[in-house]
Design a protein around this ligand. Structure first.
Ligand SMILES: Nc1ncnc2c1ncn2[C@@H]1O[C@H](COP(=O)(O)OP(=O)(O)O)[C@@H](O)[C@H]1O
Ligand SMILES: [Mg+2]
Length: 228
């Protein structure tokens, strides 16, 4: 099953500027982990924001789990796209415990099922004993696992991760990366990981695509998208 399909996506922050995303097409299958590589400013975060619905394209189409989420004349709100996100800074709520951070995304799940889902997620990321802690009482790697648990709890169709390892110490990074790969495979989660580090891609991704510099024209940009 195709989990994400993007056709001819074009986006610009203003009319005067060249498009940041220029006629971009891409598709991936359920359960795949895809890396997006590219220099700073090449539009990686913007692409994730377009997929999740935080930005609206000038033109193009995006389908998630065979549902069109944006097209000419159609725009599905972010909360209705079935997309989970993990950001560079994890963005956990500092005043909420681990449990409440994970519960936060479960408002649509029947109340009686929520506790079990929190427990499942804590088991998945092996953080059961930290359920009552606050984010500041956790290490960077532990915070990242909770951010992952929170994003996965509502059972998203696709998980988007924006530079998820960049705040981790180098020695920690390798083990966390391995761990993330194992967790994602175990959950059969489809995932797009944005990174500037080719080693991340080699460690956990099925393949990667490369975003070209934003000032390229249509055709040269397209050639730089490499499925490898
Ligand atoms: N809110 C914004 N307004 C105007 N330009 C922006 C905005 N956010 C990003 N840009 C520009 O869009 C381009 C792509 O940014 P971004 O997607 O964040 O790149 P990356 O994540 O690959 O580093 C950059 O040139 C950046 O300066
Ligand atoms: Mg970015």
């Amino acid at each position: 099953m195709t989990i994400v399909q993007i056709e001819n996506l074009t986006f610009s922050f203003s009319r005067k500027q060249d498009p940041v995303i220029n006629d971009f097409s891409f598709s991936m299958k359920k359960g795949e982990i895809v890396g997006i590589l590219g220099q700073s400013g090449s539009g990686k975060s913007t692409l994730l924001r377009l997929i999740s619905g935080l930005e609206m394209p000038i033109k193009g189409m995006i389908k998630i789990a065979e549902m069109t989420v944006v097209d000419e004349g159609l725009f599905i709100q972010p909360e209705n796209r079935g997309v989970g996100m993990v950001f560079q800074d994890y963005a956990l709520f500092p005043h909420m415990t681990v449990k409440d951070n994970i519960l936060f995304g479960l408002s649509r799940m029947p109340r009686k099922d929520r506790k079990q889902r929190v427990d499942e997620m804590l088991e998945l990321v092996q953080m059961e004993q930290f359920v009552r802690r606050y984010p500041h009482e956790l290490s960077g790697g532990q915070q990242q696992r909770i951010a992952l648990a929170r994003a996965l709890a509502p059972k998203p169709n696709i998980l988007l991760m924006d530079e998820p390892f960049s705040n981790l110490d180098a020695d920690l990074k390798e083990s966390i990366r391995e761990e993330l790969g194992v967790i994602l495979r175990k959950a059969n989660m489809s995932c797009i990981v944005v990174t500037h580090d080719r080693n991340d891609v080699e460690a956990i991704c099925d393949y990667s695509i490369v975003m070209g510099p934003s000032n390229q024209t249509n055709d040269s940009n397209r050639k730089r998208m490499q499925h490898g």
